[in-house]
Design a protein around this ligand. Structure first.
Ligand SMILES: Cc1cc2nc3c(=O)[nH]c(=O)nc-3n(C[C@H](O)[C@H](O)[C@H](O)COP(=O)(O)O)c2cc1C
Length: 204
């Protein structure tokens, strides 16, 4: 049996969403699964402008093969006007071929986001990222209230998925204790769900 593999796919301009992505990946690894981190290229107002296929730094850009290979998927974006960033939407708009083949059907998935204010649209951003995943037939996971941090948090963290709220006088990338523990829990939950579903499929 191949090792279960989770794809953590994010867009981040200033690194906050990337911190969530890396912590979710660590949580998945704690559940004994492999975690692959990928990002999407930025979009420009000048859509004719060619993008380099390799980022100047950081994680590689996602490929369709990454989506085909994964057994579970976490998708994250900063909140941009209460919605996922255009770069992430642009990427999902390029996946009709996978949708036609049902390539992502029944794969467990979750969503995460970062914003600069507590009531600035985190939940709507999470919901916006769920929409393409539902259309692809994925099985969406949230976070259960049995996670103590979901009750305690004064920063990010929702039952719809893990979030981060930037704090004044802190680097964007610094997660609160509750955000950190919820990110690990989200990764573990996704890893376990993907393992169970993959192993059940391979046995049947
Ligand atoms: C175009 C744009 C729109 C934004 N809209 C919102 C918003 O609606 N609500 C909010 O709280 N923050 C908003 N922000 C702030 C980002 O969501 C926030 O800085 C986020 O943590 C950045 O994540 P990153 O470091 O991964 O890029 C916006 C930022 C930009 C650039």
């Amino acid at each position: 049996m191949n090792k279960t593999s989770i794809l953590v796919l994010y867009y981040s301009k200033h690194g906050a969403t990337q911190s969530l992505a890396e912590t979710i990946a660590r949580g998945a690894e704690q559940a004994g699964v492999e975690a692959v981190i990928r990002t999407v290229p930025p979009v420009s107002n000048n859509l004719e402008q060619g993008q380099s296929s390799i980022p100047a730094h950081g994680y590689p850009y996602v490929s369709k093969q990454d989506l085909l290979n994964c057994d579970g998927l976490a998708v994250g974006s900063p909140t941009h006007f209460g919605n996922m960033a255009g770069a992430m939407k642009h990427f999902w708009d390029s996946t009709s071929d996978l949708w036609l083949k049902g390539s992502l059907v029944d794969k467990p998935a979750c969503v995460f986001c970062s914003s600069s204010s507590l009531h600035g649209g985190q939940e709507s951003t999470l919901l916006s990222m769920m929409l393409p995943l539902f259309h692809h037939g994925m099985m969406l996971l949230g976070l259960p209230y049995s996670e103590p941090s979901l009750h305690d948090t004064k920063s990010g963290g929702t039952p719809y998925g893990v979030t981060h709220v930037e704090q004044k006088h802190q680097p964007e990338q610094t997660l609160s204790e509750d955000e950190h523990s919820l990110s690990l829990a989200m990764g573990k939950r996704l890893g376990l769900a993907a393992s169970c579903y993959k192993n059940a499929g391979e046995l049947s």
